[in-house]
Design a protein around this ligand. Sequence first.
Ligand SMILES: [Zn+2]
Length: 436
Amino acid sequence: MSIVKKVFDQIDASWTEEVHFLQKLGRFPSTLGNEAAIQQFVADKYKELGLNTDVFIPDEEEIKKIPGYGPHELPYEGRPVVVGKWETKGKPIGKSLILQGHIDVVSAEPLRLWDVDPWAAKIEGDRMYGRGICDMKAGVAALIYAVQAIKDAGIELGADLFVQSVYEEEVTGNGAVATIAKGYKADACLIPEPFGPNAVASQIGVLLMKVRVTGSGAHVLGANQAVNAIEKAYVLIEELKKYEYELNYIRAKHPSFQEVDHPLNVNIGVIQGGDWASTVPADCMFEARVGFYPDIDPKHVINEITDRLMKVADNDPWLCNMKPEISFYGHHAWGVDLDRDHDIFKCLKKAHSKVHREPMEYLSVTATVDTAAYNINGIPATCYGPAGKNIHAPNEWVDLPSVKECTKVYAAYILDWCGVRNESEFLEDKPKLIKA
Ligand SMILES: [Zn+2]
């Protein structure tokens, strides 16, 4: 029996267990700042697999030095990152690999729009529902069970394998940055984001920003006039929407995004202001997420946006005196544009073909994921993952058969990329000599 077949059989045999494991992951409400319990659960699983497990708190001074770091608002105390190391014995015969998943999930609000409990990991037919089930606890389970199947088959890998569980993928990318700062590096990194069984070759860069606008109620400048902070925030929001239009329809498209209709989204994601319908609001804060093409330094985008908004403020009779406060927090993520002939894709294509008949496709995605941190630090990283729907929306679900397929593709990928040290043990029995 071939090695791959043997491992696939293991994956089939442990499928029910993998589904239960995914349900357990889904029942942790691991939103921002609430990752400790699930990280402990993942660390225990790594230890059960025999991985040399490092549970550590990101070192603020060290992560700040790493490209891809994003300024964060919550402290890291009590919020561990977990790395399971499977170090090869002796001189490597293959290439080292990082398998990384994020266990943080976005908020399940508004809860009233869900048809199921977002934290129950309910199964209906081939689907499992829940916040974060698709993005990306299913991928996390698939990575772990691919490794478990390889372990259970008695295989010794030919290069180091690091299985990493991080957080803050949804806000700063600092979980991935923390593993790099701690010295975990490899020849490639595979991340099971739920883009389906396709390889992500290009992705945009992302910045998060916050703008605070003050109206008249809070300042002596407004004593003889009522200036509504929410309406003044709109002046700036309109400029951001103009900027978005210009990015997508006036400036040249990046070659890797030619087929994408509207690659660069400027999303106004939060707005807060006022506290009484009959009071002129004195304060308004809004947050936005801004996309930009690969090869553009996030610092350049920060300067461009700040200049534009300040120019608009200068031309406004109120904002010229009461300047908006603009800050950039969270993601300062570079875009990614990998060569589609890179070894990482050749290997992924081969692994994919062991499970799927249809050829693997390449994607240019309009979001950022943790691959940004790896690529900017010289570790080629791509995403390949399960299929599902409604990520970051009510009634998120993952397609369970696609999770099983991914588990197999990851296993085939690991075997090929890292190599198998004890391959000879798995060769077909040679025909025996028959003595006369
Ligand atoms: Zn994700």
